[in-house]
Design a protein around this ligand. Structure first.
Ligand SMILES: NC(=O)c1ccc[n+]([C@@H]2O[C@H](COP(=O)([O-])OP(=O)(O)OC[C@H]3O[C@@H](n4cnc5c(N)ncnc54)[C@H](OP(=O)(O)O)[C@@H]3O)[C@@H](O)[C@H]2O)c1
Length: 262
C-alpha cells in the first residue's frame, strides 16, 4: 500500500511544524505550506529521515492561492489524503485603530484560504470516498476577545464551519475535525503584537508546548474524533461555558487581554 500524504499549512513553525513531525515519524509523506522558504526547508531537513517531503511556498493572503496550490498538485497527480488547515495570524489592539490591510490579511489567512482549501480538497475526497481534514481553531473560538476581536471571531468561524461540514460529510467517508488548543509556547503572540507584560489573569494561564499538543491532537484526529480539546483546563472551560452568562467570559477575556498600561 502506498504511503498517505498529509498537506499542512503553516508548517514553517510552531504547531504546524510540530504536527508535521508527528505525521513524519508515523510514516506519512508531507506537503508543507507556508511563506518562509528558509524555515520550511529547515523543517524539511529535520524530518527527511522519516518521510518524503515537498515544500510549497505560498502566501495564503493572495487571491486564488488555494486554487493554484490545488491545480499544481492535480497536475503532478499528487493525491492529498489528509489536509491540515493550521496557518493563521493574529492582531493585537483596538479594532478601530488597527490597520485595515492587516485585518484583511488576517481574514484572508484564517478564514478565506481555509474555506477555499477545504472546498477544493473536500470535493476531491468526497469523490474518492476517503480523506480527512483537520482545521485548527482555538479556545479563542469559545468567546468574544476584546483586543483581538477579528482573531477570536475568525476562530469561532473555523469551529462552526468545521462542525457543520463534519455533519454534511459524515456518510461520505470523509472525516472533518477541529482542534481547539489553549495558549501555546510559539511565536504567535509576538507576531500578533501581544504585549509580553500583561495582567495577572494572563500570567496564570500556562502555555503548553506545541509538540505535546500536536501529539495529542494527531492521536485523537486519527481515532476519528470530530472535536478535539487538548488539556484538562481547556475541557473544563468548554464545559463551564455552557452554564455561564455570555457576558462573563467576554469580560474575563477583556481583562485577560488588557494592555498593561490600561
Ligand atoms: N499560539 C497559541 O497560543 C495558539 C493557541 C491556540 C490556537 N493556535 C492556533 O495554532 C495555529 C498555529 O499557530 P502557532 O502558534 O504555531 O503560530 P506560528 O508559529 O506563528 O505559526 C503560524 C504558521 O502560519 C503560517 N502563515 C501565516 N501567515 C501565512 C500566510 N499568509 N500564508 C501561508 N502561511 C502563513 C506561518 O508561516 P510563514 O510565516 O512562514 O508564512 C506559520 O508557519 C494557528 O491556527 C493558531 O491560530 C495558536
Amino acid at each position: 500500500m502506498s504511503k498517505q500524504t498529509v498537506l499542512i499549512t503553516g508548517a514553517s513553525s510552531g504547531m504546524g511544524a510540530a504536527i508535521a513531525k508527528v505525521f513524519a515519524v508515523r510514516g506519512f509523506d508531507l506537503l508543507l505550506v507556508a511563506r518562509d522558504a528558509q524555515k520550511l526547508h529547515t523543517v524539511k531537513k529535520s524530518l527527511s529521515r522519516w518521510a518524503n517531503i515537498q515544500v510549497l511556498i505560498c502566501d495564503l493572503t493572495q487571491l486564488n492561492t488555494a486554487q493554484r496550490l490545488f491545480s499544481t498538485l492535480q497536475k503532478k497527480h499528487r493525491q492529498v489524503d489528509i489536509l491540515i488547515n493550521n496557518a493563521a495570524v493574529g492582531t493585537y489592539g483596538h479594532f478601530v485603530k488597527t490597520n485595515i490591510q492587516r485585518i484583511e490579511a488576517e481574514i484572508a489567512t484564517n478564514i478565506r484560504a481555509l474555506t477555499e482549501l477545504t472546498h477544493l480538497f473536500a470535493a476531491q475526497m468526497q469523490k474518492q470516498k476517503s480523506g480527512k481534514i483537520l482545521n485548527v481553531a482555538s479556545v479563542a473560538a469559545l468567546q468574544a476577545g476584546a483586543q483581538m476581536a477579528v482573531y477570536y471571531a475568525s476562530k469561532a468561524y473555523v469551529l462552526h464551519f468545521t462542525e457543520a461540514l463534519a455533519e454534511e460529510l459524515k456518510n461520505e467517508n470523509v472525516q472533518v475535525s477541529v482542534v481547539l488548543p489553549g495558549p501555546l509556547k510559539t511565536d504567535f503572540n509576538t507576531k500578533a503584537g501581544v504585549p509580553s507584560k500583561r495582567g495577572v489573569l494572563a500570567r496564570l494561564l500556562r502555555p503548553m508546548s506545541a509538540e505535546k499538543i500536536a501529539q495529542l491532537t494527531v492521536d485523537k484526529f486519527l481515532q476519528g474524533k470530530t472535536m478535539i480539546i487538548p488539556g484538562f483546563i481547556n475541557r473544563c472551560l468548554f464545559f463551564a461555558y455552557r452554564f455561564l452568562p455570555r457576558s462573563l467570559p467576554r469580560k474575563m477575556v477583556k481583562r485577560l487581554n488588557a494592555h498593561p498600561i490600561e
